[in-house]
Ligand binder design. Structure first.
Ligand code: NI
Ligand code: MN
Length: 229
């Protein structure tokens, strides 16, 4: 699979047969270098309903005909607004034409902010395990560190783990390095940092903490960079 980092928690994934995008927050994202109009994809995967993850999902889905894969509440919300959507919930897996997606738990929240200061409830946050072309990628979404990551790593061999390191709203670099140990992930890639002042973090702290932990390898992807997983 070809993995490309588009900043924040947004990645595209190109399998041998399909194009996927995860958490397509591009409009209003100060680090994004790609406009949502340039995205061509078959599936859009969402970890939770916060604006910095949900982002341009509906606009991209309606323009491209891509199917949104998300929790039940987000899928219903998107379907009601004219997008194709496939509902899932944590613990469940489904075989799609490109491969398997399993939703995992995440410790966070998932409301979409309204203009009047209230939030629309959009179910529970999730992590995403994506298996395609014989490789498994774990996108943790936004989450605190949790011990059940050990179970996630035991049930599936994780080739690459995409982990939030920005602190304040999610794990910071040291907790994320502990997550790499729990998950037993071969490769760890940091995300969800430096987009806003509240999540300003030097990713070197994460790389050093993973090195000190002695398991796995951390790699900082630059924005726009593509690697083979
Ligand atoms: Ni969030
Ligand atoms: Mn977030």
């Amino acid at each position: 699979m070809k993995l490309t980092y588009l900043s924040h928690s947004c990645f595209t994934l190109e399998t041998s047969t399909h194009r996927l995008i995860i958490d397509p927050f591009l409009s209003g994202n100060p680090l994004a270098t790609v406009s949502p109009d340039e995205i061509e994809c078959d599936y859009i995967l969402l970890s939770h309903g916060h604006e910095d993850h949900f982002g341009d999902a509906i606009a991209i889905a309606k323009r491209t005909g891509a199917t949104i894969i998300a929790n039940f509440e987000i899928a219903t919300y998107c379907a009601h607004r004219g997008a194709k959507a496939h509902p899932m919930q944590p613990g469940g897996a489904w075989r799609f034409p490109f491969g398997r997606v399993k939703m995992t738990i995440a410790h966070h929240s998932s409301g979409l902010g309204n203009e009047d200061g209230t939030a629309t409830f959009l179910g529970n946050p999730a992590g995403l395990l994506i298996t395609a072309d014989g490789k498994t990628l774990y996108h943790a979404g936004d989450t605190a560190l949790f011990l059940d990551m050990k179970l996630i790593g035991e049930l599936d061999k994780i080739d690459a783990a995409l982990l939030p390191i920005g602190d304040n709203f999610t794990m910071g670099p040291e907790d994320a390095a502990r997550a790499v140990e729990f998950l037993n992930a071969s490769l760890a890639i940091p995300m969800h940092y430096n987009t806003f002042d509240l999540i300003k973090v030097d990713p070197k702290r994460f790389v050093d903490a993973v090195k000190a932990g002695g398991t796995g390898t951390a790699r900082v992807m630059s924005i726009g960079e593509t690697i083979e997983v």
